[in-house]
Design a protein around this ligand. Structure first.
Ligand SMILES: CC(C)(COP(=O)(O)OP(=O)(O)OC[C@H]1O[C@@H](n2cnc3c(N)ncnc32)[C@H](O)[C@@H]1OP(=O)(O)O)[C@@H](O)C(=O)NCCC(=O)NCCS
Length: 230
């Protein structure tokens, strides 16, 4: 998936941008949509009807890949202090900041999945002004390689659609490189259908100078899912 535009913040202005982010994100942070989706980890406090010393030992059994299956799984809005975790998922720290900034203004929503205290997946939705108006545009779905194929991608896709549905949105759109047939199939299995070919224009801007340092086009499919349908 390719973003419609790549916004890059000047590094020299980061402190000022941080102020803006903190101010504008304040409401969003306070309105965290966090829900403990799985059974919360036992923290050692005695529970009614239990005796101290009889609680299961911590941490729980770990997956051979090092993943703790008993860890908390939290779905919430992205926060400014997620920027380092979001950077590799976004391509750069600048792009991660741009996503957070857009979320802070309300132009976008950025959702993350936090597992075992680490942000492991993210997705953004741009609510207006993208390539398939009037439908919102989902982009930046990314799951850390270590935890792929455990449902995080499907979880965040569904969460983004739920937020859209709560806003009264009828359909969600996105685009996928036409050569990425596996990804096209991934979205088709989740209710998305191709609505047409698209030539996606992209550009990269220098964080130091603000100059466009690279630009190009990519052949994609726009795909759309009517929310509430299969
Ligand atoms: C695509 C991606 C988000 C899936 O996340 P995930 O947590 O592994 O997804 P889930 O566990 O919910 O589902 C796994 C699905 O991903 C598919 N998948 C995994 N890797 C894939 C790949 N390289 N290409 C296509 N599909 C892939 C699996 O076939 C499976 O599909 P199915 O359940 O329909 O059979 C993840 O592989 C990723 O972050 N990839 C890199 C970034 C990317 O390509 N993002 C999508 C941009 S359009």
């Amino acid at each position: 998936m390719i973003e419609a535009a790549q916004y890059v913040l000047g590094l020299g202005r980061v402190s000022a941008v941080d102020d803006v982010l903190l101010n504008t994100l304040g409401g969003a942070v306070a309105a965290v949509v966090g829900v403990h989706l799985l059974a919360p980890r036992v923290r050692g406090a005695a529970q009614p009807g239990t005796r101290r010393g009889r609680l299961p030992s911590l941490p729980g059994p770990t997956h051979p890949g090092g993943v703790n299956p008993d860890a908390d799984l939290l779905l919430r809005r992205g926060r400014l202090d997620d920027v380092n975790s979001l950077a590799p998922m976004s391509g750069s720290a600048d792009r991660a900041l741009a996503r957070l900034r857009a979320a802070g203004t309300g132009d976008e929503t950025l959702l993350v999945a936090e597992h075992d205290g680490r942000v492991v997946a993210a997705v953004s939705v741009r609510w207006h002004h993208d390539c398939d108006p009037p439908h919102p545009w989902l982009y930046g779905l990314h799951v850390s390689a270590a935890v792929r194929r455990h449902g995080f991608g499907t979880l965040l896709l569904g969460a983004a659609e739920t937020v859209a549905s709560l806003r009264g949105v009828e359909a969600m759109s996105l685009d996928v490189d036409r050569g990425e047939t596996g990804l096209v199939a991934f979205y088709e299995r989740r209710g998305y259908a191709k609505v047409g070919p698209h030539e996606h224009h992209w550009r990269s801007v220098s964080s130091a100078t603000g100059d466009v340092v690279a630009e190009g086009t990519a052949d994609t499919w726009i795909m759309r899912h009517r929310l509430g349908s299969d």
